[in-house]
Design a protein around this ligand. Structure first.
Ligand SMILES: Nc1ncnc2c1ncn2[C@@H]1O[C@H](COP(=O)(O)OP(=O)(O)O)[C@@H](O)[C@H]1O
Ligand SMILES: [Mg+2]
Length: 265
């Protein structure tokens, strides 16, 4: 039985789509069968983040509306084996499907995939709530700055009210030197401020934007060295699968790059 992860935050631009795409790709590279679902209705962009823009004809909205069966809306990634995705519609659908339609879709998807990763919107819409109702675990993505921590705290509280038992914090765009200099909050301050347990700290890396522009996910660029960004996401993927990796492993830039774990890309 697969697990459904809800990647979220009430703040836009914090890295929800980037984390969803890269985490999905990494879980697939680790040998799992993974479906990434674009839950940001009307704001289709997961297909671009995964580099498979041309493949989607049907969307998750078509499946929920009964226009097509789930398998017709699933696109197989051309670059990562074991990775599949379901796009969101380019326009927000006018009719909101019943909650039961969502639940029954995700019951089916759980049987088919090891992990289903939902990339949420930043707004608490009826779609947001219905996708959330289908998920087992939530990951709140939080940029390395205090206003984002405030949004994470709010998000975490709402997720608890919705009944999530497992809510974890992914700090994104972390800049260790600025935290050390006291310019930006430390990881401990972010955990305190958001009141959410940590799942990992992802450094800021300009290559992320460049790779995304080229439709590449983590480990897909074929670089000889594993970047700190890739290593951080890999560690998060391992924690998602239940592996016990120290939470602050590699959070400060390592002097010895050999510390980074490698996966077969
Ligand atoms: N760790 C990172 N380092 C550098 N840029 C990042 C990182 N994570 C995300 N970004 C960039 O930040 C921007 C917003 O990310 P996105 O995933 O679209 O956020 P959201 O889905 O929360 O709105 C994108 O341009 C993305 O490439
Ligand atoms: Mg997004």
């Amino acid at each position: 039985m697969g697990r459904v992860l809800f990647i979220t935050s009430f703040k836009g631009g914090v890295g929800k789509t980037t984390v969803s795409a890269n985490l999905s790709a990494l879980l697939a590279r680790m040998g799992h069968k993974v479906l990434a679902v674009d839950g940001d209705m009307g704001m289709r962009c997961m297909d671009m983040a995964l580099g498979d823009e041309s493949g989607c004809v049907y969307s998750v909205a078509d499946v929920l509306a009964g226009v097509c069966p789930p398998e017709r809306a699933v696109v197989e990634s051309g670059s990562v084996k074991g990775l599949y995705f379901m796009a969101s519609p380019a326009q927000k659908p006018e009719i909101m499907p019943d909650r039961e339609k969502f639940l029954s879709l995700f019951r089916k998807l759980r049987e088919e995939y090891d992990y289903v990763v939902i990339d949420s919107s930043a707004e608490e819409t009826p779609y947001y709530l219905s996708f959330a109702a289908c998920a087992d675990d939530a990951v709140v993505v939080c940029m390395h700055q205090s206003i984002s921590v405030r949004a994470a705290e709010k998000t975490g509280l709402r997720l608890q009210e919705m009944g999530f038992r497992s809510v974890r914090l992914a700090v994104n765009c972390y800049r260790a030197s600025l935290a050390r200099a006291g310019e930006l909050p430390t990881v401990a301050q972010m955990i305190d401020g958001s009141a959410i347990r940590l799942i990992g700290v992802i450094p800021r890396d300009d290559n992320v934007v460049i790779d995304q522009e080229r439709g590449l996910t983590a480990f897909g660029a074929g670089r000889r060295r594993v970047s700190a960004y890739e290593a951080a996401l890999y560690n998060i993927a391992c924690r998602v699968t239940g592996e016990n990796i120290p939470l602050l492993y590699n959070v400060d830039p390592p002097k010895n790059k050999k510390r980074y774990p490698r996966v077969n890309a």
